[in-house]
Design a protein around this ligand. Structure first.
Ligand code: GLN
Length: 301
């Protein structure tokens, strides 16, 4: 049997095989159809309305190359170079973690806390500062900056967002994402707080982070081969970076300010204890969309 030629392959045929292909590759079925849409550069509706469309040679070749890469462990987001988060589009590459839906819980909680703060009765707009540690693609900082622009328009506060990452490659992507999403962020190359000032005027009202938190011995890591290991896993049962961030926070956060950290499903208790042991009050852990402990918050007292 000869290999099928491009002109023989229609969307309908790929759709018919998508479930099996996904099963063979152990990837979600939508990866196959989303990859197809990316290759043919068409909106999702095209799969329904035009399924007799025949792939041209170049499209068929690109489609197959991507399927082979998926088979070798490349996630869809690295093939398309993009990932949606908080209804915004983010460019991603192998230097950045792929934004996860559960991280939206962190964004949501930070916004809820900010919105619950009393607006100070003064004539001028207040200046506020927010820090994102280990920004990666910039998804957290950019989503927050996007929402906080609205607070500015309502003349409640003027938020300055600072985002740091150790990786200059990640910062390049985050910078591009800030521009494409129309927000203004100060990016700093830094290992956690190292390059930041502890001057009174530079203290933050909010510090947020989704640090690496997977235990180095966790078998889940074996399935996450494509993403930077430094963005995923940390020593001390995954708690080393979280602990550093919490212990140093009081030097960079205003009294009464918020620290919000994403963590592993089994780290809620340990993280709450770290918050409690480092002058934080009103500590609470929030569950993700799957019902697992995912985000812990506290106010510096
Ligand atoms: N802040 C980025 C995210 O949540 C990167 C986090 C990381 O690399 N650990 O996707």
């Amino acid at each position: 049997m000869t290999a099928p030629k491009a002109q023989d392959i229609t969307i309908q045929q790929i759709k018919q095989q998508a479930a099996q292909t996904a099963k063979d590759l152990a990837v979600p079925p939508f990866w196959i159809t989303d990859w197809l849409l990316h290759v043919i550069d068409k909106p999702a509706l095209f799969l329904m309305t035009d399924d007799a469309y025949q792939l041209i040679e170049r499209e068929f070749a690109q489609f197959n190359t991507g399927i082979t890469q998926m088979q070798q462990g490349t996630p869809l987001a690295y093939l398309t170079g993009q990932q949606e988060f908080w209804s915004l589009d983010f460019k991603v590459n192998e230097h950045t973690l792929i934004p996860r839906p559960d991280t939206e819980v962190l964004v949501e909680q930070v916004l809820a806390w900010i919105n619950a703060q009393p607006v100070e009765q003064s004539d001028g707009i207040e200046n506020k500062r927010l820090l994102d540690l280990g920004t990666g693609s910039g998804c957290i900082a950019i989503s927050l900056a996007h929402e906080l622009k609205i607070a500015h328009k309502l003349k409640q506060a003027n938020w300055q967002v600072v985002a740091v990452d150790f990786s200059t490659e990640a910062l390049k992507i985050a910078q591009e994402n800030a521009v494409s999403n129309g927000v203004n962020i100060e990016f700093v190359q830094s290992s956690w707080y190292d390059a930041l000032s502890t001057h009174d005027d530079d203290l933050f009202d909010v510090i947020v982070s989704n640090p690496p938190y997977i235990d180095e011995a966790d078998e889940h890591l074996l399935r996450l081969i494509a993403e930077p290991i430094s963005a995923l896993s940390a020593p001390n049962h995954g708690l080393a970076d979280i602990e550093h961030i919490i212990k140093q926070a009081s030097k960079y956060l205003k009294v009464g300010g918020l620290l919000a950290i994403e963590h592993g499903f089994d780290q809620g208790l340990a993280v709450r204890q770290l918050f409690a042991g480092n002058s934080f009050a009103d500590i609470k852990t929030i569950k993700d969309f799957g019902g697992n402990d995912r985000v812990t918050l506290g106010q510096l007292s």
